[in-house]
Design a protein around this ligand. Structure first.
Ligand SMILES: Nc1ncnc2c1ncn2[C@@H]1O[C@H](COP(=O)(O)OP(=O)(O)O)[C@@H](O)[C@H]1O
Ligand SMILES: [Mg+2]
Length: 338
């Protein structure tokens, strides 16, 4: 396991067309800075690979991170990457959409997330992760600090730095700072990771938002990496203990945090569906797990062998889901003018 330790952030590189403003965050191998792009003028986040003595391997991983994010850039809950390049001083960088509000790790320190908020966030993150899984990418580092908050409150999953296909298992290893949300099977060997390890980390993240700390963190206790790893692999996940968390949600979280991947929901979509079932039971507005889910569902209904007449009627209602109805006033104005 790579535990890179604290590294002093490197000075920001001079980048063509971008003006440096401030640092945003640092990890083991890279620093993220705020820049202002000159044309068109807008703020962007720039992640720069900064570890000294970089290996070719690290540079390849950085390129893979940019490619993974670019393939998923159209998803509403995945941070959009605009471009990737190499700075004049030789450091590779990627330019991303800027998320100006605190990430979920920072927010969890001061904010008490309600159950409806937790369910909504859990479904949105699951939808992002499901999109990655559908193109064969495992994220492998889902945790509150990797979920950013945009200007209007939209969440974006980021940091595909150790993401990869299942075939490339051992290439990306978890960083010591990600242990609290990592599934037991990936703590000792990244090769064991599959979709269900990401499901575990989504559940650990949701648990964290509801409780204010990660599931195996002991307030005032021994939270060294070794102790955490011991508890993650051998003690059952504790309930949130919150009075307003319904038993159905406690059960779903407990299942998704199972030590044995076979005990968890088998896909991120299945976990999202479980969270939606809790929303339904609690009579909360349903969060779409997939932004075209309604259209998809309607399409499935149509293909389920209806009569020609029924199919036609369903197609009309499907169209109404896609195009909002024109306001009445507009159509009346048209009638009178033509
Ligand atoms: N697009 C962004 N907008 C705003 N802040 C960001 C952005 N990307 C990263 N950050 C900040 O930088 C931190 C580290 O970024 P991340 O991509 O997770 O790098 P690392 O691989 O070093 O963990 C994030 O937790 C976040 O606080
Ligand atoms: Mg990170």
């Amino acid at each position: 396991m790579n535990a890179p330790g604290k590294r002093t952030p490197a000075p920001p590189p001079e980048l063509p067309g971008l003006l440096y403003i401030a640092p945003l965050g640092s990890g083991g191998y890279s620093d993220v800075y705020l820049y202002e792009q000159q044309m068109p003028r807008m703020r962007v986040a720039v992640k720069v690979l900064n570890a000294p003595g970089l290996s070719e391997h690290a540079e390849r991983r950085f390129g893979a991170e940019a490619n993974a994010m670019a393939q998923l850039a159209d998803h509403p809950h995945i941070v959009q990457v605009f471009r990737a390049d190499v700075a004049p001083d030789g450091r590779p960088y990627l330019v991303m959409k800027y998320y100006p509000q605190p990430n979920l790790a920072q927010r969890a320190r001061g904010e008490r997330f309600s159950v409806p908020d937790g369910l909504r966030i859990g479904i949105q993150v699951s939808s992002a992760v499901e999109a990655a899984h559908r193109i064969g990418i495992l994220h492998r580092d889902i945790k509150p600090a990797n979920i950013l908050t945009g200007q209007y409150g939209t969440l974006g999953l980021t940091d595909f730095g150790i993401a990869g296909t299942k075939a490339e298992a051992a290439v990306g290893q978890i960083d010591g700072s990600s242990i609290p949300w990592a599934a037991p099977e990936v703590l000792f060997s990244a090769e064991q990771a599959d979709e269900r390890s990401d499901v575990y980390s989504i559940a650990a993240t949701l648990w964290h938002l509801l409780v204010g700390r990660s599931p195996f963190d002991l307030r005032g206790g021994d939270n060294t990496a070794v102790s955490l790893m011991h508890r993650i692999t051998s003690t059952p996940a504790p309930p949130t203990g919150r009075g307003d968390v319904p038993p159905s949600l406690e059960r779903l979280l407990h299942g998704a945090l199972a030590k044995d991947p076979a005990g968890r929901p088998s896909t991120a979509l299945a976990f999202a569906r479980g969270l939606q079932a809790v929303e339904q039971e609690q009579r909360l507005p349903l969060t779409a797990e997939w932004y075209w889910s309604e259209i998809e569902r309607a399409r499935r209904e149509i293909s389920r062998g209806l009569t020609r007449r029924q199919r036609l009627r369903a197609a009309v209602s499907l169209r109404s889901l896609r195009t909002p109805r024109r306001p009445r006033r507009v159509s009346r104005a048209r009638e009178s003018s033509g």
